[in-house]
Write a protein that binds this ligand. Structure first.
Ligand code: AMP
Length: 117
């Protein structure tokens, strides 16, 4: 998939659109989802311009692992790690991906059903 430089998360990364930042480091940012689906719902977004998980290659391996490490750290910092949290990566239209810059959803603060819808 061709990466669109003007997608929403690219604009948040460039600070053109404000976001409630929870974390930033040289390879990713994390911010609260604007339409939270749980009491805690944030997104961990790589700075690397990767449209979706379906496009990931071996070159993305370290960054993808880093996103999960940061997701866990933020959950510990927010005090929701012990009770449990869920990470979700929607890849592609049928999975519900709407912003084509890869992101990890992190949901916590309520019981989460399985299977997801
Ligand atoms: P997805 O549908 O998996 O691509 O997830 C995109 C997510 O981005 C949705 O959960 C939206 O609620 C969220 N979102 C859209 N606009 C913003 C924004 N300006 N700031 C934070 N999150 C947003």
């Amino acid at each position: 998939m061709i990466y669109d430089d003007n997608n929403l998360f690219a604009r948040i990364l460039r600070k053109e659109i404000p976001a409630q930042l929870l974390h930033e480091d040289p390879s990713c940012i994390a911010f609260r989802d604007i339409a939270p689906q749980a009491p805690v719902h944030f997104l961990v977004v790589p700075k690397r311009p990767l449209p979706c998980l379906a496009d990931a290659t071996a070159e993305d391996q370290a960054v993808l692992g880093h996103l999960l490490v940061i997701a866990g750290k933020i959950c510990r910092d927010l005090g929701v790690a012990h009770d449990g949290f869920r990470t979700v990566i929607n890849s592609g239209l049928r999975a519900g991906q709407s912003v084509f810059h890869l992101h990890v959803h992190v949901l916590a603060g309520r019981d989460l059903r399985w299977p997801p819808g």
